[in-house]
Write a protein that binds this ligand. Sequence first.
Ligand SMILES: Cc1ncc(COP(=O)(O)O)c(C=O)c1O
Length: 404
Amino acid sequence: MTMGTQHWIDIEKKHFLQTGKRLPAVLIRGEGTRVWDLDGKEYLDFVGGIAVVSLGHAHPVITEALQRQSQQLVTTSNYYYTLPQLKLAELLCNLSGMDRAFFCNSGAEAVEGLIKIARKWGKEQRDGAFEIIVADGAFHGRTLATVTASSNEKYRAPFTPLAEGFVRVPFDDVPAIKAATTGKTAAVLLEPIQGEGGVNVPADDYLVRVREWCDEAGVLLLLDEVQTGAGRTGKMFAFQHTSIEPDALAVAKAMGGGYPIGAFLVKEHAASLAPGEHGTTFGGNALGCEVAFSVLTYMVEQGLMNEVTKRGDHIERRLHALADRQPMVTEVRGKGLIWAVELDRPASEDIVNACLERGLLVNAVKPTALRFVPPFTVSDDEIDQALEIVEAVLATVAEREANG
Ligand SMILES: Cc1ncc(COP(=O)(O)O)c(C=O)c1O
């Protein structure tokens, strides 16, 4: 490590709130699936800004949209109409089957919007019902309400008292949702595949059965597609692998390709928020909407969902082959381009550090699991290279332990 890198690491130690652990790389440039650090070292990026960099780094569609729109109009507030925002709302509604959009700047804000939709809807349509059923292993964000909806106790405990009205049940367990539903229930909020919880894929019929129950009970089904939406699983939205539709959904991450933008999308019957009941300064700014519109249009026009599915099949085969050769890998989970391998020991942080040294960015989604969320533009070759690095590292860990 050069002095240059150490200098910036020292600045971070001195001037940042120490809320998270960083890896010792100062990244300064990216192109496609690759990024480079201050020392000129190259890495394959299978983190992609945590499932954000959908078109790869420095994609011309994004740089051109940024340049074009920033020269024309960056932001106006939502007192006025702007064309990028209206085009994006129409596109997202067409792509999702929802009726109305609200734009924000992050995933947490998008889910916060869903929570407000449910609260207001319950007040008006279900006799004041306000409870939202959420799942073990869920992650919905870091605002006070979304952290309460999330399952990780470590994220919640320091901030009590928390928002009221979240009822937690096991994931992929329809009877548990049924048992938790009462007259106070307004909605069920789920990720179609849990991302931060470790890439947990439920049974194929889970969403269908939850939808049936929500219809029977007369409560809303809200999907958090912040991580799975905008193409990550090989469909524009993960619920589109099934026959159902939610009443509302949240999307962010991949839709901006790196620009911070999110949205919640609702069916007309669930569009409970009235004028003045929600708002944002930056959300839906013309610059971000033009970027997201360009990203999503490119995905559709280039048939990128098919590429995600093909690359997904490739990475799935490779991960299973890796699991066959490396007994430390006990499970392979995922769909499209969101994957995790479960390990038989809490070694993921060490493995991530060793991968970094060998030129691969990969994420320790749990102490016992590694997550792979590369750009949709990743090639089969890059997948092979990345998994060769992972395999070499796993072999070293196994060998080290075997030698005591
Ligand atoms: C499913 C899900 N919901 C919400 C969020 C929060 O998004 P953000 O970090 O953009 O606020 C995340 C982030 O990882 C997520 O994976």
